[in-house]
Design a protein around this ligand. Sequence first.
Ligand SMILES: [Mg+2]
Length: 274
Amino acid sequence: MNLKSNQTVTTLATDLDGTLIPVRQTPEQHAAVKHLGSLVVEHSLQLIFVTGRSFELTFEAITKFDLPHPASILCDVGSTMWHRSDNGTYEQDLDYQQALLDRMGGWTNAGIQTALCERVERLTPQSPNQQTLLKCSFDFPHDAVAEVREQVAAWIADFDCPLAFTISRDPETGEGLMDILPVDVNKGSAIQWWATRRSIDAASIVFAGDSGNDTAAMTRGFRAVLVGNADEQLRAETRDAMADQQWLYLAEGHGPEGVRDGLMYHLEREVRQS
Ligand SMILES: [Mg+2]
């Protein structure tokens, strides 16, 4: 990793559930969301949401929790991308969609569901509104995480599928969630695609997250914020991947309070060092 110490922060990329969305209904949590919105405006940052949610469920969260409207939404764990246009509406990035479809090696969502349900007993496909052309999602009991991980990896290897999976845990129910995506497509690669097209340097991006499907984005050379409620696996993987620990902020605050403190840390660092 080659991070320049005086690189200006230009972008806040944040996960939603467990991260930007209030984790408790307290005045402090909601105040932190508002404060983040002000910091984004004050520092002329680009705000992007990077989430496992669909575009529709992202908008539901924006309305329900009064979140600021982002410049782009990287949804479905980085497999779908929407950009805000000048009139405030969002348009899907069809170039991105086609680039990913070209990498599926002929596999379709329905084909993946059929093949995996036959092979891995503990998996249940999520509802149709959680499925996309590029993301195939399953639920499983979290006590089966080791066997699910092993069996899905074996299936991918046996058929040499150009696919990969991410596992995370539903913060509300505690149950397991698995997404199958084209290989090398994840929150990190989506942010990288977004940044490259805008000539934005990775070191100028602050990424905040809380769980397993954030690992790829935490370990890609962005500045990182781990919220106080982040799971242990993500903590360990992020710490190991960071060449320079000063680019990692381990927040004590949960959810948006942690994101706010982490963003302020990274903004202050550039002031002190530039
Ligand atoms: Mg999350």
